[in-house]
Design a protein around this ligand. Structure first.
Ligand code: ARG
Length: 611
């Protein structure tokens, strides 16, 4: 049985006995329902999940209550059928009917130890599964060139990168697409400002900072002339008071759109210098994309996209503009209309997105398209997903929305917020991580050299920023505080990284003492049993992120795993135990470390062998 665990899934990066067991038990329970009550449509699946408390066992089936309604039978009668169906499975040591109709299940130690031993011996940990589940396009990061990069782009970058890794790991083929905001009204403004107010030295020194200064300068000048100068100067520009400066910017934009050589060259320059900057940050964060199709990429598809909307009667003229209404059968509006072509002929953000959805569908035929953008754009996505669907896009289109993040005072703000701000944040995180590492090294007399301290500072500093974001449900707002993010205790990256490094030092010591035997995992104490069970849930935790796009579920899992290890290590000697116990504990310890490492990597976070 053990040998088949891996060979059944040749590409599997982590044995998944728990998942397979759940599927098997679920099928057994389902069949028993059929046999007893006959075929009924749309029954909830009697799938066991993790028990919510240790006294409820390891697994629990809680669907009897729901099934009772559909089958019109008492829940305990149904639970009895479910229990009898699964209790005979070799993995189940004990079962019990509880409360209004819960089935509590205990796994046998034999099953646990066999699968944990196989997992510990598996060389496949860390390998991605073969892509068999279809394609996913993830659109994330997507900052705007020559406009302030706001904090939302940072969250999008961190969350998107993690989702990319996780989806890949569980067998999706993932295309990571950075939908760069490289087209739009800001370029007209920037061209004007560049020609009027450029400080060439400043541009040579730090081009993006100078572009930002020019952008802000334009807004200020416009305000002086009595214009509205809104930060978001895109879609409703029609209603703005048109100052001479704005009129000039619009004229330059039209020239750019018509292919004017000089304006195009300037535009290209702005993109190039921004991209250099973005790439520096991406490199530092360990983020990479498969394609960077910015908005400009869809430029020559906009007209034909509009034509499709018109010929399929999805869009209609309204006060000079071309508009899509979202009418319910009773004639009322389901949501506000979307303007897809403005009265002056200009296209909108939504038009580009519809063109993008069509392009992605035609080119990649993905099963899912995920777009990682903050919650403020909810309506935009609902609108354009609906339009794209009407135009034949069949992929599941998902807006992976997230709440805002508040950063420490002074690091970054939306107003002056810029890439420099993000780099300042990363620098500060490294600087503080360095202090923590140094203090720790002095305190523990590990006397790490300067190069090691710097490497720790880098890995911990980046990890802290990322984990702070990923460890909270993405839909909630996040407050960033240094002390919390860099703490060596609690649900933080440094805590998990430290847990990993501590295990490595145990393993090095074993090695130095010539202890070679790892496994089999056997004779579990209750604490070891809890730890081993936790280890076997890893693949399910990863899967739950793939299903819900919520990386915090994996973070939570890793934190609990590290906690379970800590409890184990507190009173379970490893190296000093007698040979068979030592071999079992070493295998468990090693598997914990590898699980932490793979898990953190899926969150985009590195580990260190020494800290
Ligand atoms: N550049 C946009 C912004 O900063 C985000 C783009 C997200 N992707 C998309 N396909 N709309 O708000």
């Amino acid at each position: 049985m053990i040998a088949s665990v891996d060979s059944a899934h040749p590409g599997t990066y982590f044995v998944r006995p728990m998942q397979e067991l759940i599927e098997k038990l679920s099928a057994l329970a389902q069949k028993a329902l059929q046999d007893r009550f006959g075929a009924v449509d749309n029954l909830p699946t009697p799938r066991p999940g993790a028990a919510t408390r240790p006294e409820f066992g390891d697994l629990q089936i809680s669907s009897a209550m729901q099934l009772a309604k559909a089958l019109k039978k008492p829940p305990r009668e149904i639970a009895q059928v479910l229990m009898e169906a699964v209790a005979g499975h070799a993995a189940i040591a004990k079962s019990e009917l509880a409360g209004p109709g819960f089935v509590n299940l205990w796994l046998s130690d034999k099953w646990l130890t066999a699968h944990a031993t196989a997992a510990a011996a598996s060389p496949r940990l860390g390998l991605s599964e073969k892509p068999t589940r279809g394609r996913v396009v993830i659109d994330y990061s997507s900052p705007n060139v020559a406009k302030p990069m706001h904090i939302a782009h940072i969250r999008s970058t961190i969350i998107g990168e993690s989702l990319k890794r996780i989806l890949r790991a569980v067998g999706y083929e993932v295309i990571a697409d950075n939908h760069l905001g490289d087209w739009g009204t800001q370029f007209g403004k920037l061209i004007v400002a560049y020609r009027r107010w450029l400080d060439a030295d400043a541009f040579a020194q730090n081009p993006v900072e100078e572009l930002l200064r020019l952008y802000i300068k334009f807004q200020e000048e416009e305000k002086r002339q009595g214009g509205a100068a809104k930060e978001d100067d895109g879609d409703d520009a029609d209603t703005e008071k048109v100052t001479p400066l704005l009129a000039e910017a619009r004229a330059e934009l039209v020239k750019l759109q018509q292919g004017d050589r000089e304006n195009h060259a300037l535009w290209q320059k702005f993109i190039d210098v921004s991209m250099t900057e973005f790439n520096r940050v991406y490199k530092r964060l360990g983020v990479s994309f498969d394609v960077i199709h910015g908005e400009s990429f869809y430029n020559d598809r906009l007209a034909s996209t509009i034509d499709k909307m018109v010929s399929q009667k999805i869009a209609e003229e309204s006060r000079g503009a071309l508009v899509v209404f979202f009418r319910k059968p009773d004639g009322t509006d389901e949501m506000p209309p979307a303007i897809v072509r403005k009265a002056d002929g200009a296209f909108n953000y939504a038009t580009t997105d519809v063109a993008g959805a069509l392009y992605r569908s035609e080119t990649w035929n993905p099963a899912r398209i995920l777009i990682v953008v903050d919650e403020r754009q909810q309506l935009h996505f609902k609108q354009f997903f609906t339009i794209a669907q009407k135009l034949g896009v069949t992929a599941s289109q998902e807006h992976i929305a997230f709440g805002l993040m508040r950063l420490p005072e002074g690091t970054i703000s939306t107003r002056e917020g810029k890439l420099i701000g993000l780099e300042a944040l990363l620098d500060e995180s490294e600087r503080r991580a360095y202090e923590v590492a140094k203090a720790h090294s002095v305190e523990n007399e590990t006397n790490l050299d300067e190069a090691s301290l710097r490497e720790i500072a880098r890995v911990v500093g980046m990890g802290a920023v990322k984990y702070n974001d990923l460890s909270k449900d993405r839909t909630s707002a996040v407050t960033f505080t240094w002390d919390k993010a860099l703490s060596l205790t609690g649900n933080t990256a440094p805590y998990l990284q430290y847990a990993y490094a501590r295990i490595q030092s145990i393993l090095r010591k074993a090695d130095a003492e010539g202890v070679k035997e790892h496994g089999p995992i056997a004779e579990l104490t209750p604490v070891e049993r809890a730890l081993v069970t936790k280890l076997l849930w890893f693949r399910s935790a990863v899967e739950s992120v793939a299903e819900t796009s919520r990386p915090h579920l994996l973070a939570e899992y890793l934190f609990e795993l590290a906690g379970a290890f800590s409890t184990f290590y507190a009173d379970h000697p490893v190296l000093k135990a007698e040979a068979a116990v030592r071999a079992s504990r070493l295998a468990i310890t090693d598997l914990v470390a590898r699980t932490l490492k793979v898990g953190l990597d899926l969150l985009g976070i590195e580990v260190l062998e020494k800290m």
